[in-house]
Design a protein around this ligand. Structure first.
Ligand code: 5GP
Ligand code: MN
Length: 324
């Protein structure tokens, strides 16, 4: 890891992009709306510059984010057949270790790291990290705006989806007035935010709702009412015919209980226990997630741990109790 945490200047980012035609765009594991929207948005911006961007994926893209991907995007599965592209742009990822099977690709290539996680470890040859930005999509918009890149309707839609997804449609604490201004501009460039809202929140699958119901029936409140949590186990996924890709946003139901500071959701996955944390006012859940090997933002973080579900729940809840 480089010792310095100094961002490159926008002019240096422009110099990285200008001479090359081919770019491989990568995002983090279990990609969320900001990640997919940023990948698609960046790809459409690069296309307008007459470049050939390729988005490298290693997991299916959830239906709710498909709206960001309209036509004419090259999306390739990470495999041996991936075109050999020397320049990589990594979006919305705090470190190389967040890239799952794509992590190895970075070693022999030149990497531009664009991110908004405060624990970003500046893993790129070039780094553009702005923790004060509500979403990676905001940073991409600001870059495009500063460099006078053309933001076409596809790019506008994708970037709006990124920002609206990471701010929970302007409801989360990372929402600043700049986020509203940027989305206003993106609307003027053709982003339809009602469509984005329907895409993110209006296409729940019945089986995912049954899955949620099983989890919600187990809500526990602890820590003098400040901690709420629930879990889903492998049996829950099996019986409802779902997978962990169907639990997007579930953790918010725990956080939104009256009086609760932190909501926690435990998901027993094939090879680990995934823990999601969301806080309301003061608890830095990224620090707690980091103590279990994960990370994230002060109000939204996660980690993956091994061990039995009930033991993991005990360990995590006991740790959180020390801090609320
Ligand atoms: P989620 O709970 O939605 O999976 O993740 C919330 C936030 O925590 C996201 O910003 C994500 O980047 C971060 N996060 C989730 N899981 C991990 C993890 O295993 N490691 C790290 N470093 N960050 C994570
Ligand atoms: Mn993000």
């Amino acid at each position: 890891m480089p010792e310095t945490r100094v961002n490159n200047a926008i002019a240096e980012i422009a110099d990285f992009i200008a001479p090359e035609d081919e770019f491989l765009l990568l995002g983090h594991e279990d990609a969320d709306g900001d990640c997919i929207g940023s990948l698609a948005g960046m790809a459409y911006l690069l296309q307008e510059l007459d470049k050939n961007p390729v988005i490298g994926i290693y997991q299916p893209i959830p239906e709710m984010f498909q709206l960001a991907i309209q036509d004419d995007l090259e999306i390739e599965k990470i495999s041996e057949d991936l075109p050999d592209i020397n320049r990589i742009i990594v979006l919305d990822s705090s470190g190389q270790d967040r890239l799952g099977p794509a992590a190895d690709l970075l070693d022999s290539r030149t990497v531009l790291n664009i991110d908004h996680h405060e624990d970003n470890d500046f893993f790129g040859e070039l780094n553009f990290v702005r923790p004060e930005s509500a979403a990676a999509g905001m940073i991409i918009f600001e870059l495009a705006d500063s460099l006078n890149w053309k933001i076409n309707q596809n790019a506008a839609r994708a970037l709006a989806l990124a920002i609206l997804s990471d701010t929970g449609f302007f409801r989360y604490s990372n929402t600043g007035s700049r986020a509203l201004e940027v989305v206003q501009e993106l609307m003027e460039l053709g982003a339809d935010i009602h469509k984005i809202s329907r895409s993110l929140y209006g296409q729940n699958k019945p089986e995912a709702m049954r899955l949620l119901g099983r989890g919600l029936s187990r809500i526990e409140v602890s820590g003098q009412g400040r901690i709420a949590y629930f879990y889903l186990n492998r049996e829950d996924y099996r019986i409802t015919g779902t997978s962990s890709r169907d639990n997007e946003g579930f953790v918010n139901f725990a956080r939104n209980i009256s009086g609760v500071e932190v909501g926690i959701f435990f998901s027993e996955e094939v090879d680990c226990i995934k823990v999601s944390f969301r806080s309301n006012d003061y608890l830095r859940v990224n620090d707690i997630a980091a103590s279990f090997g994960g990370g994230g933002h002060p109000r939204a973080a996660g980690c993956k741990t091994s061990g039995e579900l009930d033991k993991v729940i005990d360990r995590v809840i006991n740790e959180v109790k020390k801090h609320v």
